[in-house]
Ligand binder design. Structure first.
Ligand SMILES: NC(=O)c1ccc[n+]([C@@H]2O[C@H](COP(=O)([O-])OP(=O)(O)OC[C@H]3O[C@@H](n4cnc5c(N)ncnc54)[C@H](O)[C@@H]3O)[C@@H](O)[C@H]2O)c1
Length: 429
C-alpha cells in the first residue's frame, strides 16, 4: 500500500496528499541522514501538491540532499506536506519546529536560514518577488511555472534570471515537458529539420472543471481567494497562464523559442459563471503571428462535459509532427518516425539535472525561456480580455500590475476584485 503510493508520487508531478494522514511514521526508516559540508539543504516555499512533490524529488535527485526549512501561508498546508514528506523519505526530511514558517513573510525566514536551494511553488503571483529575494539571498532555485501573472512581473523575473547567471546560481523552471524524454527526442528532430521549415502549429489544453474549496465561516475574503487562487487572475494569471501555458511552451519549443510579433484572438466565460469562480475566463482561442506567414494557434478551455485535448500538431514544408502529450509522439515526413523508448519521470529528471548542474559548478539556467513562455500566456490573456491585437513589444512593456504589492498582503486586505474582462470594453494598459 505504502509502496504503491510512493510509486504514484514519483510518476506524477504533485504529491498525493492522503485524505487520511493516519499512516504510522514509525514504520518508515527510523534514522536521519548524516549532514556534512557537502550536503545541499533545501527550503520549500509553498507547501501544496506541487511543492511537496518537488521537495521529495529534490531528496531523490542525489544522495546528499536534505530538506531543512518549509514555508506556507497556511499551517494546515505545511503540516500536511511535512507529514507526506516524512513518509516519502524520512531520512532526508530534517525540518525542526523552528524551521517551519507560516505567514506572508514566511518565505523570508526560509531565505534567512542556511538553505542552499529553494523550491518556489506558491501561486504564481508571488513568484517574481520570491525569486528576486531568493537570488538576492544567494540561493539556487527550482521555480514552478507560470513565473508571473503580468508583464512587470515578467520583467522582474528576467532581471533575476540575469542576476542568477552573474552570481553563478542555478535556476530551473517547472516547464516539465522540456525534461520529458519523448518530447526531447521529438523536438530535436523537428529543430534539426525533420519536417522542414515549420510554418503552422496548433496546440490545445482542453480540460474539464477543477477543484473548488467551499468558503468556511471564519475565512476572510482574502483567505477565500487564497484558498481558491485558481479563479482569481491576480493570483493565478487565469487558466491560460496557470495551466495552458504548458502547450504554449511546446509551441515555443517547436519555433526555436522565437518570440511572436503579434497576437490576436478571443476568449470568455460561458459555463463557469458563478461569482465564486472569481474573474477568470473558461476558454481562450488565439492566433500567434510569428512573421513571414508563420502562425501558432492555441485553444484552451476548462469546461465541464466537453471534449478534452492536450496535444500539438506542427506543419512544416517537408512533413508534419504530432504529439498527444501523454500518448504519442510522431513525425510524418520523408521518413516516418514514432517515439518508442523507455519512459522516465520528467519531474524527477528536472531535479536530477538541477542538482547535477550545481555539483558540476555549471548552474542550469532556463530563466529567460521560462519568462518568455509565461509571457506567451499573458499576452494571450491580454488579447482575449481586451479584444485588441497586440504586438509583443506592447505587451511586454505593459505597466498593468494584477494584485497588491507583496508587502501589502494581509488577511483583512480590502482588495477590490477586478470585474470579469469584456472584450471591446476592457482596455489594454
Ligand atoms: N509543472 C507542473 O506540471 C505543475 C503541476 C501542478 C502545479 N504547478 C504549479 O505549481 C504552483 C503551485 O501549484 P499547486 O498545485 O501546488 O497549488 P497548491 O494550492 O496545492 O499549493 C500552493 C501552496 O502555496 C501556498 N501559498 C500561497 N501563497 C503563499 C505565500 N505567499 N507564501 C508561502 N506559501 C504560499 C498555499 O497555501 C499552498 O499550500 C502553481 O504555479 C502551479 O501552476 C505546476
Amino acid at each position: 500500500m505504502q509502496k504503491s503510493r510512493r510509486d504514484f508520487m514519483r510518476k506524477s508531478g504533485s504529491a498525493v496528499i492522503a485524505t487520511s494522514l493516519g499512516f504510522n511514521i514509525l514504520t518508515a526508516q527510523n534514522y536521519k541522514h548524516k549532514l556534512n559540508s557537502d550536503t545541499l539543504k533545501v527550503g520549500l516555499i509553498g507547501c501544496g501538491g506541487r511543492g511537496t512533490g518537488a521537495a521529495a524529488q529534490a531528496t531523490f535527485a542525489e544522495s546528499n540532499v536534505v530538506v531543512t526549512a518549509m514555508a506556507d501561508i497556511f499551517k494546515d498546508s505545511l503540516d500536511k506536506s511535512y507529514k507526506y514528506l516524512l513518509e516519502e523519505n524520512e531520512a532526508k526530511i530534517m525540518v525542526d519546529e523552528e524551521h517551519k514558517f507560516v505567514g506572508f513573510d514566511a518565505y523570508k525566514k526560509v531565505l534567512e536560514s542556511d538553505v542552499d536551494v529553494v523550491i518556489l511553488t506558491t501561486p504564481p503571483s508571488f513568484r517574481p518577488a520570491h525569486l528576486e529575494a531568493a537570488i538576492e539571498a544567494g540561493k539556487h532555485v527550482f521555480c514552478e511555472k507560470p513565473v508571473a501573472v503580468d508583464a512587470p512581473g515578467i520583467r522582474r523575473v528576467i532581471a533575476s534570471a540575469q542576476k542568477a547567471k552573474e552570481k553563478g546560481l542555478a535556476l530551473m523552471s517547472g516547464f516539465c515537458w522540456r525534461h520529458d524524454v519523448p518530447k526531447i527526442d521529438t523536438f530535436k528532430r523537428i529543430l534539426d529539420g525533420g519536417i522542414g521549415e515549420v510554418s503552422s502549429i496548433y496546440n490545445t489544453y482542453n480540460t474539464g472543471a477543477l477543484w473548488y474549496k467551499d468558503r468556511q465561516p471564519e475565512w476572510t475574503d482574502v483567505e477565500t481567494m487564497m484558498r481558491n487562487w485558481l479563479y482569481f487572475n491576480w493570483l493565478s494569471g487565469d487558466h491560460i497562464a496557470e495551466q495552458a501555458v504548458h502547450s504554449l511552451d511546446l509551441m515555443s519549443w517547436a519555433y526555436g523559442d522565437k518570440l511572436p510579433v503579434k497576437v490576436s484572438g478571443t476568449g470568455g466565460r460561458q459555463s463557469r459563471t458563478e461569482e465564486k469562480y472569481g474573474n477568470v475566463y473558461d476558454h481562450f482561442a488565439l492566433a500567434y503571428d510569428y512573421g513571414d506567414g508563420k502562425m501558432g494557434y492555441h485553444f484552451s478551455r476548462q469546461q465541464k462535459g466537453c471534449s478534452r485535448a492536450y496535444d500539438i500538431s506542427m506543419m512544416g514544408n517537408k512533413g508534419r509532427a504530432y504529439i498527444d502529450v501523454f500518448k504519442e509522439h510522431k513525425i510524418m515526413g520523408a521518413e516516418n518516425w514514432q517515439w518508442d523508448g523507455e519512459k522516465s519521470n520528467m519531474y524527477q529528471n528536472e531535479h536530477n539535472t538541477l542538482f547535477a548542474s550545481i555539483r558540476k559548478g555549471e548552474p542550469f539556467n532556463d530563466g529567460v525561456q521560462m519568462a518568455n513562455s509565461t509571457m506567451l500566456a499573458i499576452i494571450g490573456r491580454m488579447v482575449a480580455y481586451t479584444g485588441e491585437t497586440l504586438t509583443w513589444d506592447q505587451a511586454i512593456n505593459s505597466e498593468e500590475i494584477l494584485g497588491p504589492k507583496i508587502n501589502e498582503y494581509n488577511w483583512d486586505l480590502d482588495w477590490a476584485l477586478a470585474p470579469v474582462a469584456q472584450p471591446g470594453i476592457t482596455k489594454f494598459s
